[in-house]
Design a protein around this ligand. Sequence first.
Ligand SMILES: *Cc1c(COP(=O)(O)O)cnc(C)c1O
Length: 378
Amino acid sequence: MKRIIKEIRTIFNELDGFIPLHSPLFAGNEKEYLMQCIDSTFVSSVGEFVTRFERQISEYTGAGFAVAAVNGTSALHLALHALGIGDRDEVITQPLTFVATCNAISYTGARPVFVDVDRDTMGMSPESLKEFLEQYCELRSNQCFRRETGKRIKACVPMHSFGFPCRIEDIVNICNDWNIPVIEDAAESLGSLSGGRHTGTFGKMGIFSFNGNKIITAGGGGCVVTDDEKLALRLKHLSTTAKEAHPWEYFHNETGFNYRMPNINAALLCAQMEELPVFLEKKRELAERYLEVFGRMGIEVKKERENTRANYWLNTIVMRSREERDALLEEAIKSKVMIRPAWKLMNTLPMYRDSFSASVKNSKNLSDCIVNVPSSVI
Ligand SMILES: *Cc1c(COP(=O)(O)O)cnc(C)c1O
């Protein structure tokens, strides 16, 4: 364990100071755009940086449209809400994810149902998804229902864990057979590709997060991407209190949300987007060093699959057991090197314990054994 810590310190050229898991870097036009934004006084929900940022995201990812939101969780909530998901519905997701995925599902009134992840990608397993649908669900008038509850399966939300693309093409194909829209939780995977195409753009919608620890950040922020123009307009409408455009009237035609991204956050993000290609390059170099160093020690390091490109947001290593993992975490805390275990599985949390869960063997094993190692851009 001491050797692992020592190697991390060598890589970061930091012999005894604190090493964070992931700190942001503001070395481009961030200050300039922030000053412009402040000088304009348009710091809140109206301003040109929001539009500019949305255009940057759609150009970069190849998505038709991007709608900025105040954070990734609200972006996901908006996407689910726009599909009309409510308390008579269920939404398929994976138990190995950040709690925001399931919380956003719950905000709509729907319940999450869990299928397993693949051991290699750490994202939703197409086999587990297919098996679940075939074993427990049926199509009635081309709508998917779960037999036991009679509830409609109204969406599927796979997540690209730590920036490693899951088998998204297979997942979308299976969901198409069952007429289930896919919303990709790409909160962690901005810049990751599968078959040359950006994660977040395979499903009906995809969401990104720009929280403080993500690959680019505005302190907080999020967005939804989609190719469907009508849907994009609806997402924008919902995120802006469902107010109809009018020179003076305040007319809201449904219960909307105050989920707009403030212009001042967008200013920061416009600059961060310019830096993203450099971040990706440097993160790739760091990942290669981890692969080399830990590979030599016989420790499994997560690596992008063939025909995919990971953004290497958080480098991930796999310990042999939970005990070994805990020993490493203890050593890390003592040595002030930030190493983080995976999340506790969603199907074990009090609010989701009663949700249906398929066999989640891989999720359990990964949740016990993986840790994220420091991954800031250096
Ligand atoms: C960060 C994250 C979110 C939510 O993003 P916030 O911007 O923090 O609301 C959602 N899902 C996953 C998997 C995340 O990692």
